[in-house]
Design a binder for this molecule. Structure first.
Ligand SMILES: Cc1cc2nc3c(=O)[nH]c(=O)nc-3n(C[C@H](O)[C@H](O)[C@H](O)COP(=O)(O)OP(=O)(O)OC[C@H]3O[C@@H](n4cnc5c(N)ncnc54)[C@H](O)[C@@H]3O)c2cc1C
Length: 459
């Protein structure tokens, strides 16, 4: 039984937000039933995105709706509010929330009172002031971006196949990815694999006509799987004709020309930016303590340092890594920590409400798995290194075991099984992004959106 009635506000419905709410639902079942506790989850989308599946969604191996988990279905005992927290005044325990309804009503925001707050807004892409990036760059953090990129790549093949202008053809067939972490490497590897397969259905494009380029500022890629497997990945990608450019930066992509720090210039219609993440900017709109890098300063018990009744975890939080040799180390922003921190966080809120002692978050990083396309991968788990098919298989087994809900697991497994039996899907459904275009034209409105209008290619 909790001491007083508690309103718990969870900001964010990603890994930390969803898993914390799931844990709270279980741990505080009786209190929720008696009305002693109320849990509200505020999140811009009514679903949690399983981000490690985004590269496979982009390649068409998993349907977009199976990469996401519907929050209302898995959190029946919580209030799910679709909206964004725009500021938090922890001093008076209120959060300003903008929702589709507040916008409709012409109001800036609703004020939500709370007794405990969990801040889990995750991270956003870390961009640099590179000319042209804001206009032409494509991110890779959301399911919309992953599917938009898939459609865009397939559209480039159509443009290359139908143009008579060699300059347009070359630019359409040049794909530049910036950032060699798992998001960039997996996205490039999966899409290259998909495009290589797709061009067999184009009479005038050969795989070697495409140019795939990975630009990485440091001297290695995939640091998550260790130096040896990082080098192996470079070799494998180069064998597939991917240009892996280490110790190189993107200096500009203005006017659709990617200019690199080594002086190379590539006219291109595709610049994918996966050069790291930074804490979500909403944290700066709170009165809670932040690190110089903008992460929420947390303790190993996942409380916000020096702020009672405030909690944080995941990409947004700087949580001390108590397993690290160096005492100043924080846990890395990845799903492995996010999921486990959420579990401890949920337990600790229940402990705090019942006046019990808090648990310390401790987890030693166990390694990483990465897919490099169909039947290709690298993995380092508990010090064991795997390459090629065994690593790819392990990647699938691991993520199937991790993707939330039995329902999702069954659907993803069914899709993988069917994909093994039939040919790959190579259709671009970019027009889904503009469903009214045809009717607008028929009704005498503006002409339908053309792919060349939009750097992100959503025609
Ligand atoms: C392509 C890709 C592949 C990845 N692969 C792996 C992998 O293989 N292994 C691994 O360990 N990690 C991987 N990661 C990283 C992993 O997904 C993140 O570390 C993890 O999602 C962090 O969880 P989180 O809850 O902190 O943030 P998120 O899961 O990003 O959740 C944040 C949530 O907060 C919401 N939000 C944002 N602003 C607000 C606001 N103002 N108000 C309310 N809600 C808000 C967001 O919409 C989102 O729902 C990958 C990431 C990407 C992009």
């Amino acid at each position: 039984m909790v001491k007083e009635r508690a309103r718990i506000l969870v900001v964010g419905g990603g890994y930390v937000g969803m898993y914390t709410a799931l844990r709270l639902q279980r741990k505080l079942k009786a209190e929720l039933r008696r009305g002693e506790v109320e849990i509200t989850v505020v999140t811009p989308d009514p679903y949690m995105t399983y981000q490690p599946f985004l590269p496979e969604a982009a390649a068409g191996s998993i349907s977009p709706r199976h990469v996401v988990v519907p929050l209302r279905r898995v959190l029946p005992r919580c209030h799910v509010v679709v909206g964004e927290v725009i500021s938090v005044d922890h001093e008076v325990r209120t959060a300003a929330v903008s929702t589709p309804a507040t916008a409709e009503e012409g109001m800036a925001a609703d004020l939500l009172g709370y007794d405990e707050i969990v801040l889990a807004p995750g991270s956003v892409s870390r961009t640099l002031p590179v000319p042209g990036l804001a206009e032409y760059g494509i991110g890779f953090k959301t399911v919309e971006e992953a599917i938009g990129l898939r459609n865009h790549v397939l559209e480039q093949l159509d443009i290359a196949s139908s143009t008579r202008d060699p300059a347009i053809r070359d630019a359409a067939l040049t794909f530049v990815f910036v950032g060699g972490g798992y998001a960039g490497v997996e996205a490039l590897a999966e899409l290259e694999d998909m495009a290589r397969y797709a061009v067999r259905y184009y009479h005038n494009i050969r795989p070697e006509d495409m140019r795939w380029i990975l630009v990485e500022a440091s001297d290695r890629i995939l640091p998550e799987v260790g130096a040896e497997l990082g080098r192996y990945t470079v070799t494998q990608l180069r064998r597939r004709n991917v240009q892996v450019l280490l110790e190189t930066r993107l200096d500009s992509c203005a006017d659709r020309v990617a200019v690199l720090s080594d002086g190379q210039r590539f006219p291109t219609r595709t610049v994918v930016w996966t050069a790291g993440v930074k804490p979500h900017p909403v944290l700066a709109a709170t009165d809670l303590p932040l690190t110089p890098r903008g992460r929420l300063r947390c303790t190993a018990e996942l409380t916000v340092d020096g702020a009672a009744h405030a909690w944080g975890a995941g990409d947004a939080a700087a949580v001390p890594d108590v397993t690290a040799a160096d005492p100043g180390t924080d846990t890395a922003p990845n799903a492995q920590h996010a999921v486990r921190q959420a579990r401890t966080l949920g337990d600790n809120i229940a402990h705090a409400l019942r006046g019990e002692p808090l648990e310390t978050y401790a987890h030693r990083y166990v390694g990483s798995v990465a897919s490099l396309g169909f039947h290709k991968g690298v993995a380092q788990v508990y010090g064991r290194k795997l390459k090629g098919y065994p690593a790819w298989f392990m990647h699938r087994v691991y993520h199937l075991s991790r993707v939330p809900t039995f329902n999702r697991k069954a659907r993803v497994l069914a899709e993988w099984t069917l994909a093994g039996l039939f040919k790959r899907e190579i259709v671009s459904l970019g027009s889904l992004e503009h469903p009214r275009a045809e009717f607008e034209l028929a009704a005498g409105g503006k002409p339908p959106h053309s792919p060349s209008d939009d750097p992100k290619g959503s025609s």
